[in-house]
Design a protein around this ligand. Structure first.
Ligand code: HEM
Length: 385
């Protein structure tokens, strides 16, 4: 997903924002408000926007955002660089490391007592796995965790100065990592490719090395944005397992169902609400006249629950057409990190199912839904036995 580094404005969509989006989509597949500009809610309309990148541009911010904020031809070579890091080989190599992190976290959970899973599992797992994938030292975990929380607080408070200050702080951490790796002695004048951050230093686009600013942007998109989406996904998946005991039993009996079940559970309760575009010409969309220059917001969290495609959006079905699920987007900006996200989420659920006999909702506490621009829960208590 993308990081809105010019700060998407926070605004509440209560009650539970997914239900509010359902109600809004049923009234109209495309409508307008001052926060989102054109809000694209219908599945067909979202697909139309994201597959027509000439009419709906990704250049929505003055800040450099690699590759999310780019259009072709600039986007194409940066996109190729991204894709190199999420190949099946790389995922297979990373899986054992990811599994060790998941197993340790699940083993450490208290049994038979209430656990607040956003703090207790979701955020820690996202942070530790992402750091491991990047090859970062443990010493960066705490600053990164604090940075993510500060960023979230700044976005919610709509404080642009604070948002910029935390962005600058994050960039400082990454630049320090790059300087460290440049300073390390490397054989025959080349960098030794020991971790992802070091490898990025050797990448080229159009025959030139990536600039530091570009590398920092790539890293920011692979970490900051992902930490919150992966953490939201973990909370949503564990909550769904606990709320649907029959499904949990089915998955305990047959782990081969997990990949399809995870994508379907995250279709029912999407972890990422929206991304932005800007119209490059006047165009008709869902019965509305969108003018050149207008802001457009594609609402994945609505499109993936559109009755016209999915019937009852809350019905968990494993025989749906996977191509209809817009969890990881569609078109040229479709999520390049999806293989890593899928690996992280499958491995965590496998370890939870292997190392516990039941996951249930904690009695007497209601989960707290996250507020825009986050999805999922800000807190949810479960019990592991
Ligand atoms: C459950 C977790 C995730 C979800 C639901 C998700 C979803 C998405 C979606 C819907 C898009 C398309 C955005 C658009 O069209 O504007 C996207 C793009 C992107 N995602 Fe993810 N993502 C996840 C995890 C990750 C991870 C783990 C990484 C990398 C470590 C990643 C990196 C990216 C990047 C770089 C883009 C921009 C691609 C481009 O512009 O070509 N994502 N993601």
């Amino acid at each position: 997903m993308t990081v809105d580094d010019d700060g998407t404005e926070a605004h509440e969509q209560e009650p539970h924002q997914i239900a509010a989006l359902d109600a809004r989509r049923r009234r109209c597949p495309v409508d307008h408000d001052e926060h989102l500009g054109w809000a694209v809610l219908g599945h067909a309309e979202v697909l139309r926007v994201v597959t027509d990148h000439e009419t709906f541009s990704n250049r929505v911010s003055a800040h450099l955002t690699v590759p999310n904020g780019m259009d072709p031809p600039e986007h194409t070579p940066h996109r190729r660089v991204n894709e190199r890091y999420f190949t099946p080989d790389r995922m297979a190599t990373f899986e054992p490391r990811c599994r060790r992190i998941a197993a340790e976290l699940v083993d450490a959970l208290p049994r038979g007592a209430d656990v607040e899973v956003m703090d207790g599992v979701a955020r820690t797992y996202a942070l530790r796995v992402q750091s491991a994938f990047m090859g970062w030292p443990e010493s960066l975990h705490e600053p990164l965790r604090e940075w993510t929380l500060a960023n979230h607080r700044a976005t919610l408070s709509r404080d642009r100065e604070a948002t910029t200050a935390v962005a600058v702080q994050f960039d400082g951490y990454i630049r320090a990592l790059l300087d460290e790796r440049r300073a390390a002695p490397a054989p025959r004048g080349r960098h030794t490719a020991t971790d992802v951050t070091t490898e990025l230093l050797a990448e080229t686009v159009d025959g030139r090395p990536l600039t530091d600013e570009e590398i920092v942007s790539v890293v920011r998109n692979w970490t900051v944005g992902e930490l919150s989406t992966i953490a939201a996904s973990v909370g949503i998946l564990l909550h769904l397992l606990a709320s649907r005991p029959d499904e949990q039993r089915r998955l305990r009996e047959d782990r081969a169902l997990l990949p399809a079940a995870i994508d379907e559970m995250l279709r029912i309760h999407p972890p990422l609400l929206a991304n932005r575009r800007r119209a490059t010409r006047d165009v008709e969309l869902g019965g509305q006249r969108v003018a050149a220059g207008d802001r457009v917001t594609v609402l994945w969290a609505s499109a993936d629950r559109d009755e016209a495609v999915f019937g009852d959006p809350d019905e968990l079905r494993l025989d749906r057409d996977a191509d209809d699920n817009l969890l990881y987007g569609a078109g040229i900006h479709v999520c390049p990190g999806a293989p890593l996200a899928r690996l992280e989420l499958r491995v965590l659920l496998e370890e939870v199912l292997d190392r516990t006999s039941d996951v249930t909702l904690a009695a007497g506490t209601a989960p707290e839904h996250a507020s825009w621009p986050a999805s999922g829960f800000s807190s949810v208590a479960l019990r592991f036995t």
